[in-house]
Design a protein around this ligand. Structure first.
Ligand SMILES: [Zn+2]
Length: 243
């Protein structure tokens, strides 16, 4: 007789497969905690820019330096292509128990038409694209989750239906920092500190060349949160009491 399989503990964000994914954009407002989230985008054209030497890096290591030095928990929404390009950086992220890893699709193609200038993923490919990303991320270990963030936060009913077999929770955010293509740190700091409140999910990027001032903005953001008595926690902790 074979041994009883050990029941895998469900990952944070996991819901029953087949259920239309719940969507959250913030946690409960009653506790003075917030979740800092960092998206790790990568598209085929970004990869081409790296390969040609036109762009030096899409991995902002200074963000990790700051978070590690200050022991700040964070959640990283990672594309499969970013994980494949920066395995050492994702290993560093996964090695910290303060961090969580979540799914940001394989190649950052849009799951809904007319999402900024993003390439549109055919509907028939969406489920496989998201599943493939989980398969790329899983071997990195650490605190893996079943949280999922759409590129550009763009989603519609068809996109949600496509994700239903995977049993994910969709995570938007109520504080969009505007860090992609920002030309200075101050507007990012202002965007976050003007809007943040208890339970907020803050959306930032760890993509360096496409978000060059995020690390510079992060220190004043952390100081502003501390002044407001808002403590950064893992996304799963923020959402622990959300049904
Ligand atoms: Zn993104």
């Amino acid at each position: 007789m074979s041994a009883e399989p050990i029941a895998a503990r469900p990952q944070p964000g996991a819901v029953d497969p087949g259920r239309t994914p719940p969507i959250v954009d913030h946690g409960p407002r009653g506790q003075k905690v917030v979740a800092l989230t960092f998206d790790a985008d990568m598209t085929p054209s970004m990869l081409a820019a790296l390969k040609s030497g036109q762009v030096k890096s899409y991995a902002n290591l200074a963000i990790l330096d700051i978070l590690e030095e200050r022991r700040v928990p964070a959640t990283f929404f990672v594309t499969g292509m970013w994980a494949e390009r920066y395995p050492d950086v994702l290993e560093r992220i996964a090695a910290q128990d303060r961090n969580e890893i979540a799914n940001h699709t394989y190649r950052h193609a849009a799951y809904k038409p007319n999402c900024y200038t993003l390439e549109q993923l055919p509907r028939t490919e969406m489920t496989a694209d998201a599943r493939r990303t989980f398969e790329v991320l899983a071997p990195f270990g650490g605190n893996q989750t079943h949280y999922f963030r759409f590129p550009g936060l763009c989603h519609d009913a068809a996109a949600l239906t496509a994700l239903a077999p995977l049993g994910v929770t969709v995570v938007d955010g109520d504080v969009v920092s505007g860090d992609p293509f920002a030309t200075a740190a101050a507007p990012i700091v202002r965007a976050v500190l003007d809007r943040v409140q208890p339970g907020s999910i803050v959306v930032m990027h760890i993509t360096e060349a496409n978000a060059a001032f995020t690390d510079e903005a992060l220190v004043p953001i952390l100081e502003g949160l501390a002044q407001r008595g808002l403590r950064p926690v893992k996304l799963s902790e923020l959402l622990a009491s959300v049904p």
